[in-house]
Structures are given as C-alpha cells and as structure tokens.
Design a protein around this ligand. Sequence first.
Ligand SMILES: Cc1ncc(COP(=O)(O)O)c(C=O)c1O
Length: 389
Amino acid sequence: MHFAHRLDRFGDEIFASLNNKKIELEKQGRKIYNLSIGTPDFVPPQHIMDALVESAKNPDSWKYALRDLPELLDAVCGYYERRFHVSVAPDQIMSCYGTQEGVGHLALALCNPGDTVLLPDPCYPVFQAGAFLSEAEPWYYPLTKEHGFLPDLAGIPEEVARKAVFMIVNFPANPVGSIATPAFYEELVAWARKYDVLIIHDNAYSDIIYGGVVGGSFFNTPGAMDVGVEFFSLSKSFNVTGARISFLIGRKDVIQAVRLLRSQIDFGMFLPIQKAAIAALNGPTDTVKAQCVEYEKRRDALCSGARAIGWDIPDAAGSMFVWAPIPPAYTSSMKFCMDLLDRAGVLCTPGSSFGPHGEGYVRFALVLPPEKIAEMLAAVKASGILGEA
Ligand SMILES: Cc1ncc(COP(=O)(O)O)c(C=O)c1O
C-alpha cells in the first residue's frame, strides 16, 4: 500500500502549532480574539433560509439533481445583468460547490502535468492546491507594496507568459485587501490576448469594497469574455459559506470543458441549495449593501485604531481582510503570530502561510464588530508587543 505523491505537497503544520496554542490558552481561561478565519459572523437573509427549508420538505428534492436548474441559470443571468450590467447566456454558467472546490478542480480540465500556471504570491491557498492536484507547475507573480499589491504584468518573463495556460487573479484580494482598477483590467485583457493565457478571475469579494467604490465583474472590461472566466461565489455576499454555492461564468469552451469533467464525478447540486441560490439571486440585496457598511466600520476600527496605537496598518481597499505589516522588531510572521496570541490573546494568520511574499505581514479577518476590534487593539497595546526594538 502506498499513497499518491501529490499528497506530499500538502501539509497543515503551520496552523497546527497556532491552533494548539489557542486551545491551550482557552483551557487556561484566557480571552481570545479570533481574527484568523474568513467566516462571516453575519447571518443569511431569512428568505434564503426559507427557500431551502421549503424545498427540503419536498421528497422530490432529495433525488439526484443531475443538472443546474434552468431557473438557477436564469437567476444568475438576471443577477449579472442587474448587478454588473453584464449579459451572460445560460451556457456560459455552471455551478460549483463553492469557489474553493471550483478552483481546486479547474486545472484538471485545463492542464496537463507540467503545464505552467500563473498564481499570485501571496495567494488564497486553494489556487496553489488546484495546481498541485493537476500536477501543473505554478509560477508565482508577486503582489508587493511597491506595486500597490497589483500584478506587474511587465515583470512576467516573455517565455513564462508564452507557455502559461492560465493566470488566476483575485480582486478585491485575499489576503492583501487591494482592488484593481478598470485600467489594470484593460491591460490584463490585452496581455492575455497577446500571450493566449486564460484569465481566471476570482470575484469572491465584489460586494465588500470601501470608500464608495462599487465592485464590478471582470466582464465589465471590453474583451474579457474572450479571454476569461470568473468565479462568482454567494458565500460572502449572502453569508452562506456552509451551503457551498458558487458559479463559474464566462468563455463557453472553458465552461464546456469543466462541465465535461464534472459530469464524470458529480450528480449536481442538492436541489434545496439550488432553490436557496435562486432566492438569493432574485431577492432583495439591501442586506448585502448594509453589511458592506458594517465591514467598512470594522476596517476603520482596525486600521485607524491600529495607527492610533503606533501600528502603521494601511487601510484595506476591499475584501474582508486587513494586511498588516509586522512590527520592525520581528522578521518572522509566524513568530509574531505566536507572540501576539500568547501576549495579547489575538489570533491572526501569518502572511508566510499565503506564500513567500507574504512574509513580513499578518492577515486579520474582519469577523468581529468595531467595539470588539477596539478591545482587541487595547489588548495589543497593553501587551507592549508593538514597542519592542
Ligand atoms: C479569494 C477567495 N476565493 C474564494 C473563497 C471561497 O469561496 P467559496 O466559499 O465560494 O468556496 C474565499 C474564501 O475565503 C476567498 O477568500
């Protein structure tokens, strides 16, 4: 008996030590501010839960779904039209069990072993995991402060661009909290055309964006539909992370290929979940807007609050995350996280866990209300961890 070599590339040791420390402190009765995981603390709108419950009472709903319901695909089309002013046809859409699962399996339909794929560094970890599963070879493009945490397309070597199959981009970005401009997307579409690279845009945070900016779709960019696909998740906009609802949308040949892959291993999304998704997409979106306002208050509480105690954390422009430089006395984000947890009871994620360019930063998820964030910062200040040289 042996196990697949592909598993050798996966491991969760980084989080195990932090988690053990958290459990140990909780046992001691210490108060812990957990800002490590991006699971929203807001609740799903009632009409979405009702739609799921109602459908679950129907015995027919428990059969294999086998397909995305036409009403579901129509609901996505309608939503894209109203929300983004983008026209998509039903054959340009397929559901997946969350973007996590969709990205995880996508490369199996697009890549042969050894193919090059372009991924951000730092990045949301499943981007890398998907490449590893399909035995593609990632080439990491850095997201750095010097470049506004946007990809430097000119910095991607010509020979890499020519052989790359796809490039994943994600704005508003996890973990770095940056957003992309229309000008950047135009440059990206031109670059993708020139090198024949498929763009995969992860749009998980289109509804969490600050300063009055309205989040868009990649397809707002002229020509984007010819060069790309977009993952559109309901998880964060509607607080339905556990229901696993996302859609892959865009270029028809790509959707067809991924559907073919999927049809070999899957019998379709549970019908009550499809009904819940339809209710979300066709229903009111006032909660989505109201919650963005709440996230912005949290962002302000964290970033302005940190600056007020001498920790120079720039404002995140979007996403539910804040990307914070570690104090100058530290060279390891992991060590800083361990010390922050130990001394202030604050749990965040080491930047190094998102890739080598994440070193020197930690990520906070905005999952506590402003008053708790203020309390958390008071604990950071009292710990003295910021003042050490
Ligand atoms: C960039 C990004 N993409 C996708 C996801 C997950 O989306 P889903 O719940 O649809 O799998 C997350 C969740 O944290 C994320 O940060």
